[in-house]
Design a protein around this ligand. Structure first.
Ligand SMILES: C[S@@+](CC[C@H](N)C(=O)[O-])C[C@H]1O[C@@H](n2cnc3c(N)ncnc32)[C@H](O)[C@@H]1O
Length: 322
């Protein structure tokens, strides 16, 4: 067994997120060509706020905790829309916390430096929304696990293997009976932490290993859906795609209502000739075309989970498009 752990990279080495091109960063500039692929030309935080508002009404949110907020752009959008929001930003990276302080200067925001898995759960007290956007793939992932590792009872196993085994048993998570596999240990622990703290609403978005392209687009987009976490090689560190069905099961254990879907439910693409051409032209794209095609595919490669705790009713049963 090995562990993919990015904590030291984020604490000491990370200089910039520039090359990681998260959705939030890709849409931050009004000049971003990615915005033109969407039905509505706006930044990520504005899209997400509108999505949550349609689904649950954002009026109910007064204290938001964002974990791993990167450059702080998403929260900047939220505060612009609701200046009265009380906000806590938790991040392991001192450099990114500095960027968040810059982006959120002038607002009443609490900044907490630390690994979310190690922070006092009291940090979640009073929060009515927790956002974990594009961060759980960075949390520790166990690699090269075997069926025997999970089926065994021995206390001789490494601490991390025992933790994975406990989670797998407690939440009845599935795992392969043959070969080796990866397990999103940190993501499972983070979801367990927010759900056991009874946070009313939790939003998660990340690369999925279970992504599904809608029927009508399968002719154009061909995305792998291996069903087990896979490595994404990045500068200075690797992250892993998430097995969303595991996170969903943990949330259901704590009686959360679960809404799950592709990011395209939130960032609705304008399915016109231009986008279709990006998918059909193949290898002959310009650099910008490549970037746009990658962005457009990510709308289906990413999944979200919207977890709604007992007592809160969603306004709609279908996720509205557009
Ligand atoms: C890929 S960036 C995403 C940033 C931002 N949410 C976005 O969508 O642009 C991952 C973020 O998670 C933070 N992070 C990674 N591991 C963390 C941990 N264990 N605890 C808290 N924050 C963490 C990183 O420092 C960074 O801010």
């Amino acid at each position: 067994m090995r562990i993919n752990d990015t904590a030291d990279y984020h604490r000491y080495d990370l200089r910039s997120l520039g090359w990681e091109l998260t959705m939030s960063n890709a849409l931050s500039s009004p000049a971003s060509p990615c915005r033109r692929l969407l039905k509505k030309d706006d930044s990520y935080g504005v899209h997400l706020y509108a999505f949550l508002d349609r689904r649950l009404s954002c009026e109910r949110f007064s204290h938001v905790v964002e974990i791993g907020g990167g450059y702080g752009y998403l929260m900047r959008d939220f505060i612009a829309l609701r200046p009265s929001l009380k906000v806590t930003m938790v991040d392991i990276s001192p450099r990114l916390l500095d960027r968040q302080r810059e982006a959120l200067r002038g607002y009443d925001v609490r900044f907490v430096e630390g690994d979310f898995l190690e922070t006092d759960p009291g940090i979640l007290a009073g929060a009515d929304l927790v956002i974990m956007n594009e961060n759980l793939g960075d949390f520790p992932t166990l690699l090269d696990l075997t069926y025997e590792d999970m089926a065994g009872d021995g206390n001789g196993a490494a601490e991390a293997v025992r933790r994975a085994r406990d989670l797998i048993r407690r939440y009845r998570l599935d795992y392969p009976s043959e070969g080796t596999f990866a397990f999103n240990l940190g993501a499972a622990q983070a979801v367990e932490k927010v759900c056991s703290a009874a946070v009313p609403v939790v939003f998660i978005c990340e690369h999925s290993c279970e992504a599904k392209v809608p029927e009508d687009l399968r002719r154009l987009i061909n995305l792998p859906s291996p069903g087990l976490p896979e490595r994404i090689c990045l500068k200075g560190h690797d992250e892993y795609t998430l097995k969303f069905s595991h996170l969903e099961k943990i949330a259901r254990f704590y009686a959360y209502g679960v809404f799950r879907g592709p990011l395209a439910d939130i960032l609705t693409p304008r399915l016109d000739g231009r986008l279709k051409a990006l998918w059909t032209v193949g290898a002959n794209l310009s650099d910008e075309g490549e970037l746009l095609r990658f962005f457009a595919e990510d709308l289906y490669r990413y999944e979200y989970l919207l977890l709604v705790g007992g007592g809160i009713k969603g306004g709609e049963t279908e996720i509205p498009k557009g």
